[in-house]
Ligand binder design. Structure first.
Ligand code: MV4
Length: 447
């Protein structure tokens, strides 16, 4: 078992990993930028190393500095959290070359799943349902035009190096295809240095339902059921829940089995998430595979009573997984509390928290690194806390979320608390009748 783990991240996820390491008797090393000198993860870790100035590119993303911190503290493993270097194949490789265990996927796996067209071809070969469309990358516009006719409009053009909607274009009729093709390729080349495109039949008003999987070093995998992440704004998840209100026992069995098949086919090791698009007829299609722990992992932990970070560390240390699948015994909802103003187009609202009162009580979990007096730096993403409620039924979990949101006081900055409070009163949310289009039509009621 590892003696010392360096956490190459910040904020709530750094705290989350430190907590589990402490429970496992593993020493921890925090890395931090100058802007994070007063952060809790620095205070909670056994050791802390400043790896550079505020900008991520000169600190949390600077691989040489992260590796140097691991070397001087003699850490035997690195947990990357999510974002930053968590899906950076080069970093995974550098860890391997320095004999430091990367608690995540191998460089080959990250590259394979990170290239969306390759990931899809792999899943097709594994027999996982995929959206009809191109076989891999489209060679040129002539082939694009031909494929769109074969697939049938509307179609979705997607960047193979993309994800999160960048370089993606929905095309409803042939006369719009050329402009979409050129626009998507330019956007993808600019964002990723890669203009490779693939095509899919457009799935109208899909739900985003993802399956948590864990694979071990023997090639065995299991699943821990689904998370519904359909409430998103500009491809940023706002709230997630498990079980999905759209799920049936039969669909869960089939999606879980497809995710396990995918993981075992690629001999996936560690925690991963297989994302699916689900249409209104409950057909599901592979969308992407994430080779990291996800922000929303706590709702799964809550309903199956399972520490996913602990499992990641055990698998990385070579311990086999149980192999059994896990099904939700409760209902859990996560609301992402961001330092953003929902009354002003969710624009960022960094600054000092002058007063904070966090909710508590039965079935309320808060994963956060902020505290009264904390100065939220403008350099990093805006999420400052995750409020998670868990109860026997969805109605009770929603009711508990309303009570917890009403109790949650954060003064000195604007937050998305008012948005979540209105969401919990929205008839389409309460009925569970929402898709990825929900936020397009959502309007905040004036304060
Ligand atoms: C789609 C789609 C409809 N049809 N693919 C958005 C980002 C990336 N994860 C893939 N996405 C989509 N792919 C086909 N063939 C609709 C989306 C989509 C979406 C998917 C999940 C969650 C939110 C979304 C918001 C807009 C579009």
């Amino acid at each position: 078992m590892f003696k010392k783990i360096l956490i190459a991240n910040r904020g709530e996820i750094a705290l989350r990993v430190i907590r589990t390491c402490k429970e496992m008797g593993i020493k921890t090393v925090a890395v931090y930028s100058k802007a994070d000198e007063e952060s809790l993860h620095v205070k909670f870790a056994d050791e802390a190393v400043c790896i550079g100035p505020a900008p991520s590119s000169e600190s949390y993303l600077k691989m040489s500095n992260v590796i140097a911190a691991a070397e001087i503290t003699n850490a035997d493993a690195i947990h990357p959290g999510y974002g930053f270097l968590s899906e950076n194949a080069k970093f995974s490789k550098i860890c391997e070359e320095h004999d430091i265990k990367f608690i995540g996927a191998s460089a080959e796996m990250i590259s394979k799943m990170g290239d969306k067209a390759t990931a899809k071809e792999t899943m097709k070969a594994a027999g996982v349902p995929c959206v009809p469309g191109s076989d891999g990358i489209i060679a040129d516009f002539e082939e694009c035009k031909k494929l769109a006719l074969e697939t049938g409009y509307p179609v979705m053009l997607k960047a193979t190096a993309g994800g999160g909607g960048k370089g993606m274009r929905a095309v409803w009729k042939e006369e719009d295809l050329l402009k979409a093709w050129e626009g998507a390729r330019q956007e993808s080349a600019a964002a990723f240095g890669n203009d490779g495109m693939y095509m899919e039949k457009l799935i109208e008003e899909p739900r985003h339902i993802e399956i948590q999987i864990i694979g071990d070093s023997t090639g065995k995998a299991c699943h821990l059921s689904e998370r519904d992440c359909s409430v998103q704004r500009r491809h940023q998840k706002l709230t997630e829940e498990t079980p999905s209100p759209f799920m049936t026992d039969d669909l869960r069995e089939r999606m879980g089995a497809a995710a396990v098949k995918a993981a075992e086919f690629i001999k996936y090791e560690g925690a991963g998430t297989v994302e699916f698009l689900v249409d209104k007829h409950r057909n599901f299609y592979f969308m992407e595979m994430n080779t990291r722990i996800q922000v929303e992992h706590p709702i799964t932990e809550q309903v199956v009573d399972y520490d996913l970070i602990r499992e990641q560390i055990l698998v990385a240390a070579g311990v086999p997984v149980s192999g059994k699948n896990y099904y939700p015994q409760l209902h859990s909802i996560e609301c992402r509390i961001n330092a953003e103003d929902p009354y002003n187009n969710f624009r960022p609202s960094p600054g000092r928290i002058t007063n904070l009162h966090a909710p508590g009580g039965h079935g309320v979990r808060i994963d956060t690194h902020v505290y009264s007096g904390y100065m939220i730096p403008p350099n990093y993403d805006s999420m400052i806390a995750k409020l998670i409620t868990t109860a026997q039924t969805r109605e009770e979990a929603i009711n508990k979320m309303k009570r917890a949101l009403d109790e949650f006081v954060i003064e000195g900055i604007k937050t998305t608390i008012p948005f979540h409070r209105q969401l919990m009163d929205h008839p389409d949310y309460i009925s569970g009748n929402y898709t990825t289009k929900f936020m397009e039509d959502f309007e905040m009621e004036k304060a």
